[in-house]
Each structure stands twice: as structure tokens, then as C-alpha cells.
Design a protein around this ligand. Sequence first.
Ligand code: TYM
Length: 332
Amino acid sequence: MQKEIIFSGVQPTGEIHLGNYLGAISQFVENQEKFHCIYSIVDLHAITVWQDPNIIRSQIYSVLSVFLASGLSSEKNIIFNQSKVSQHSELAWILGCTARIGWLNRMTQFKDKAGKNRENASVGLYTYPILMAADILLYKSTHVPVGEDQKQHLELARDIAHKFNTDYKTEYFVMPEPLFNKSTRVMSLRDGTKKMSKSDESNYSRILMTDSNDEIKLKIKKAKTDSMNMPDDEKNLSDRPEINNLINIYSASMAIEKKEVINHFASKEISFFKNELTDVLIDIIEPIARETIKLLDDKNYLETILIDGANKAQVISNKSISEVYEIIGLRR
Ligand code: TYM
């Protein structure tokens, strides 16, 4: 039986944090045995918000290094940066003619990122979910491992695929299914109602996959909590977003049920739980951070991986884009 196809992407807009790892990258690693996997460092998505040309390249290498250090194999998977495969942009144009303005107007991530001054946001930021749909549909991906914050974008990709298939009386595009990790959404360590994000002003809001053990210790120590002890059950956790978040992080990091974590730490002091959590995080991050820093020393090697990945991605995407042109009555 043919293996199913996974596509996912990570933006090179800042250093990779624990949210990216638990929400997405750890799933990439898990799935590499079961699926044909294509993982892209989506640099064209990154420039929807201005990026310094002198920094973006090194950020692409940083993301790639974390991928590899986390255990992603460049032989088993196709790994490349998006701008090397121009078919993504080509398909995005075609799908932009299928997607409806009303659909884009509903995208909450655009509203959050554009903030109050929406008129001044880039057009790219607004049409970004169409490029994301193109990324996914170009490879006829069956599954897309992402954090829960990407759910709406994925539904849009399905809507676009469905409308394209209906408009052109075809079954060409496959409906992609999301794959979410148990942790759902990792929240900021400073505010349990905001997601952990690369763009948060406070360094103490996120744990980076390249943080030293001391930095991890300090960030967890400083993580906002309340003055009560650990909860005995899940009932009132929604009133304690910061503790809820730390419990979710523990549960996702150990790959155990949240209930088990709650039972284990029931009524204990928060400082005791924080120490245990620190140890768990150090166990995961220390080897990844060490390997990432080593890999970043050899840019030629990293570039070879990206070129090789792009060549493989182009073989698939070139065929797809020609077929799509054919369906819509044009010829390449
Ligand atoms: P990006 O670069 O913001 O994040 C990369 C991945 O990390 C997940 N993630 C989180 N998961 C849990 N908790 C968090 N706090 C957290 N922050 C980020 C994201 O859900 C994502 O899976 N639009 C995408 C990139 C993209 C893409 C695609 C993804 C472009 N094309 C095609 C899948 C398929 C994004 O901005 O991810």
C-alpha cells in the first residue's frame, strides 16, 4: 500500500521555541517512519512581515538545524526552504482565484497579527493562508501536523480544495487532514491566555530549543503562577491558565495524560512541580540545543540539504503544477 503524504512548514521568523517543538516538530519526527514527509522552512510566509535580509538566511539555517537536531532525517524526508521551489507561488496565484474574499476576512490570525492598524498590514499577510493552502495541496498531502493555532488555515485549505474540485469538475486535490498533538496550544509563560510565540517582546515568555540549562531553569522559575498549591482535579483549571499551561507542557513533554500529571502532583507546592518540570524540559532540550549549535557551524552542509530537498520537491511540484494548468485549460 502506498504511504500517505505529510506536508508541514515552519516560518524562519525567529528562534524555534517549545511551542513549535511540542505542537509541530516532535510530530514531524514521530511521523517520519509512517508517512512520506515533506517539511518546508517557509521563508515566503516569513516575509509577510518585514524581515531583515541580512538575518533571514541565518534563520533558515537555524530552523533546519533544529529539525535535524530533533531527529528529522534528511534522507527519509524531503526538507527544503520554500523560496527554492517556485511552484508554491504559482499555485498560490491560481488558488487565489478560487478562494473567496469572505473566507479570508474570517481568518482570526490575520486579525491578531494586523492588530488595530489593519489598513497598513501587507497584502501578503492577508493572502498568506492561500499560500499555505498551495504548500499543502501541491503535494496532494493527506495529513498536516500542526499546532492547534493553524486549525482555521487548514480548514480554509480544505474549502479551497473543495471549491476548486467542484468548479473544475475534478477530484484532483486531496482533502488534507490535520494532525494535532495532545498539548494543543503551548501558552506564554508570562500570560497563560496568550500563545507562546516567536514575536512576543519578553524572552521570559518562551523557552527556546537552544536555551542553556540555566536559562530553562530561570524561565520556569520566573513563569507566572498563582499562590495556590497544585490542583487535585481538572475542574477549576480554566480559572488558572498559567498552571494549566505548565501542566499541559509537562503532559506533552512526557507524552502522558494530563490526568496522570494532576494526580501525581495533587496538592504539592508549585515550586516542587516547577523543579520537576525543569528537569523534564532539560532532558528534552539539552541534547537538541547541543546538536543545533554544532550543526550551525557547517553552513555548507546545511545548504546541501536544502538544495537536495528542493530538487526532490521540484520533481513532485512541477508535475502537479502542469496538471493543474491542464485542468484549468491553460498549458505551461
Ligand atoms: P509557525 O512558523 O508560526 O509555527 C510552526 C509550527 O509550530 C506550531 N506552533 C505552536 N504549537 C503549539 N503551541 C504554540 N504556542 C505554537 N506556536 C507555533 C504551529 O501551529 C506550526 O505547526 N502557517 C504556519 C506555517 C506554514 C504551514 C504551511 C504549516 C506555512 N505553510 C503548510 C503547515 C502546512 C505557521 O505560521 O507556523
